[in-house]
Design a protein around this ligand. Structure first.
Ligand code: NIG
Ligand code: FE
Length: 403
């Protein structure tokens, strides 16, 4: 082949494909085989998509006359798909470090919330912040995630709880999507909490009558791209019937349903999500066996958040962790996942939760050329080593470009 390609990564000790048969997601049984090529190479085309992946000798023969913008000799290194973070709240202003001290002294998440802290504290500061400030802090947080190996990230709004601030947050996410290399799936989370001074009914009506119609206008005008709708379905936040109405209205706008459920109390969120055809439900610490069965039948992904179980939350001001390798480590130690399960959960299955597993989450021809090159001969080091990943992750590559 005498064409030009964007990138060749050659002679890697291990290339972890995750899967190689166009699977949308992987089950526990399938994860037993992560499709690891010993001594492999991968080629990314000028469109940023994977052109070929296979044994180093096969690729060398197949691309004998080709030229590449960049060649990485990965001898003694490992190649893996870029990591996918399926749940983050990364747009906010205001510092909640003081709450960590409160929690260490015994306060629960809901104690802090009821005392007017938590989400309410962040809402107050985010409402007051201008878009440039929000964009700049969002960009540095996303950059930290990218350095820790994340190449596709879900980003929620939800610290506005009013039309103006929710749109401001979504626009900031849109701006990040247009300016940063990291892939973003964006989520409208106007039902993240009931705003101070409003009842659940009033908040629900505001979302249905005011916020969603304006979102629809902006989406149709092409000024805003939103992928998912989220609600915090919880006692003292949004009950099951308000959650149903909001999620259904989002679905009617073409958004994927991807919401917080069964986190602190069993709410039958899993059954509701399954019934509405949700792509994913997050948290699920209190899910029932019936809920799990309903989700399995509906093929609704469970987004488990080991940092939540650790300190109650995913990446947000309440749990400041930008690192998916640390999240995978916690999943193995505290949730008893195997390393292959944790890796599949942080790649192909997280991409499935975002409705992106046809384009992301594994190293397969025609998928995005998003990958990591690790300075180690065994991929498991990405999970085994706790922290310090800047040294371990030699390259982060998005669409064939080193970022
Ligand atoms: O993912 N559960 C609700 N929302 C977040 C917490 C957000 C916050 O405390 O600011 C979560 O846990
Ligand atoms: Fe959350």
């Amino acid at each position: 082949m005498s064409r030009n390609y964007r990138l060749l990564v050659k002679n890697a000790k291990q290339v972890v494909l995750i899967c190689n048969n166009g699977e949308k997601f992987m089950t526990k049984h399938e994860i037993l085989n992560l499709c690891v090529i010993e001594n492999g190479s991968i080629v990314i085309g000028s469109d940023g998509l994977i052109t070929a992946v296979g044994p180093a000798e096969t690729i060398r023969d197949q691309f004998a006359g080709a030229t590449f913008d960049k060649v990485i000799d990965a001898t003694g290194m490992c190649v893996l798909p870029g990591l996918v973070d399926a749940h983050t709240h990364p747009v906010w202003a205001g510092d909640r470090v003081h709450e960590f001290a409160m929690k260490l002294a015994g306060a629960s998440y809901m104690d802090v919330h009821r005392a007017g802290g938590g989400i309410h504290f962040t809402v107050e500061h985010t409402r007051a912040a201008g878009p440039p400030e929000l964009l700049s802090s969002l960009s540095s947080r996303l950059l930290r995630m990218q350095r820790a190996g994340t190449t596709l990230v879900e980003c929620k709004s939800g610290y506005g709880l009013d039309l103006h601030t929710e749109l401001k947050m979504l626009q900031v996410i849109e701006e990040a999507r247009n300016t940063l290399p990291i892939n973003i799936s964006s989520t409208y989370c106007g039902a993240h909490a009931v705003p101070k001074g409003k009842t659940v009914e009033e908040a629900t009506e505001d979302i249905l009558q005011v916020q969603l119609p304006r979102l629809k206008e902006q989406m149709s005008a092409g000024t805003l791209r939103v992928d998912n709708i989220d609600v915090f379905c919880e006692e003292g936040v949004f009950d099951l019937s308000s959650t149903r109405r909001i999620l259904q209205a989002g679905k009617d706008l073409g958004l994927n349903i991807n919401f917080h459920g069964d986190e602190l109390h069993p709410m039958n969120s899993a059954q509701l999500g399954a019934e509405l055809g949700a792509s994913a439900i997050s948290h699920l610490e209190e899910v029932t066996d019936q809920g799990i069965a309903a989700m399995a039948t509906a093929r609704t992904a469970a987004v488990l958040l080991p940092t939540t179980a650790y300190i109650l939350s995913d990446f947000n001001p309440n749990a400041y962790c930008c690192s998916m390798p640390i999240v995978m480590h916690l999943a193995c130690v505290n949730m008893r996942m195997s390393m292959p399960e944790a890796l599949a959960a942080a790649t192909i299955n997280a991409a499935y939760a975002l409705g992106c597993s046809h384009t992301h989450g594994s190293l397969e021809v025609n998928k995005h050329g998003d990958l990591l090159v690790l300075n180690t001969t065994r991929w498991e080091h990405l999970i085994y080593q706790l922290g310090g990943h800047q040294e371990l992750i030699r390259y982060v590559i998005i669409k064939g470009n080193i970022v």
